[in-house]
Design a protein around this ligand. Structure first.
Ligand code: PGA
Length: 249
C-alpha cells in the first residue's frame, strides 16, 4: 500500500501561501508517483489550491466539515461544498476540534459519514492526552475513540485513521518507536475486528511533531502507513523532505 503524507495547515496560510503548494506539486512532477500527497489548507484557499494542482501529484483536502449537506448553520461548511471546491478528503475529529469546539466522538462519526456521503475520504483523528498516557490508559482511550468515531457502514475506501497523541502535537516531542508500534498495532487490531480482511487497506497515519529529521524512522515502522504533518507542512522544502523520506511501497 502506498503511504499517504498529508499536510494540515490548520489556521495558517494567506493566498501568498499557495506558492508553497505549487512548489510541492511541481517538485514532485518528475519523481516516481510514490507516496500519495495531500495538503489541507484553510477553507479560504481550497478552491484556488485545487486549481493550482489540477492534474498534478498533490491532492487537496479540508480540515473539518459539518454533518449536514446544507441548511441554516451559519459559518459552517458541508462536505458537499468541500467536494465542490475540489477537495478529495477531509480531516475530522482533530484534537484541536475536540478540545476547542467540544466535538465528541459521536460528532466525529457524523462528520465522517458526511464525508463519505459527499464522496470524500475521512481522515479520522484519535489520540490520548499526556495525562491519559501517564495513567496507562492510552491504548484504551484510542481504541474507544476509534470505535465511536467511525460511523456504521463506512466503506474502507473512504477511511484513513490518524493516530495523533495530543501531547506530541506542535510540541517537538514524539512517542518512542515502541509506543508508536504498540498503538498502531492496537489500532490495526481494532480495525480488523470491525472490518475484517478489508482493514488491511486502511491507512493508519502517525501525526505529532513529524519533521524531516524524524520522518524516515517513523515512516519505516510497522503499521505506519503515512503521516499527518502540521507545522512542517507549511514550508515546501520541509514537507518535500518528509515526502521523500517515505518508504516506496
Ligand atoms: P504538528 O501537528 O506536526 O505541528 O505537531 C500535527 C497535527 O496536528 O496534525
Amino acid at each position: 500500500m502506498r503511504q499517504l503524507i498529508a499536510g494540515n495547515w490548520k489556521m495558517n496560510g494567506l493566498r501568498a501561501g499557495l506558492a508553497e503548494i505549487r512548489a510541492v506539486d511541481r517538485s514532485l512532477a518528475d519523481e516516481p508517483a510514490n507516496p500519495l500527497v495531500l495538503i489541507c489548507p484553510p477553507a479560504t484557499l481550497l478552491a484556488e489550491a485545487a486549481k493550482t494542482v489540477d492534474g498534478g501529484r498533490v491532492a487537496i483536502g479540508a480540515q473539518d466539515c459539518h454533518a449536514e449537506p446544507a441548511g441554516a448553520f451559519t459559518g459552517d461548511i458541508s462536505a458537499e461544498m468541500l467536494r465542490d471546491a475540489g477537495a478529495t478528503s477531509v480531516i475530522v475529529g482533530h484534537s484541536e476540534r475536540r478540545q476547542y469546539h467540544g466535538e465528541s466522538s459521536a460528532d466525529v462519526a457524523r462528520k465522517a459519514a458526511a464525508a463519505s456521503r459527499a464522496g470524500l475520504t475521512a481522515i479520522v483523528c484519535v489520540g490520548e492526552t499526556e495525562k491519559e498516557r501517564d495513567a496507562k490508559k492510552a491504548v484504551s482511550v484510542v481504541t474507544t475513540q476509534l470505535a465511536k468515531s467511525i460511523p456504521a457502514d463506512l466503506s474502507v475506501k473512504h477511511l484513513v485513521v490518524a493516530y495523533e497523541p495530543v501531547w506530541a502535537i506542535g510540541t517537538g516531542r514524539t512517542p518512542s518507536n515502541v509506543q508508536i508500534l504498540e498503538m498502531h498495532a492496537a489500532a490495526r487490531t481494532a480495525l480488523v475486528k470491525r472490518f475484517d480482511k478489508e482493514a488491511a487497506d486502511i491507512r493508519i497515519l502517525y501525526g505529532g511533531s513529524v519533521k524531516p529529521s524524524n520522518a524516515a524512522e517513523i515512516l519505516g515502522l510497522k503499521n505506519v502507513d503515512g503521516a499527518l504533518v502540521g507545522g512542517a507542512s507549511l514550508k515546501a522544502s520541509d514537507f518535500l523532505a518528509i515526502i521523500r523520506a517515505a518508504p516506496k511501497r
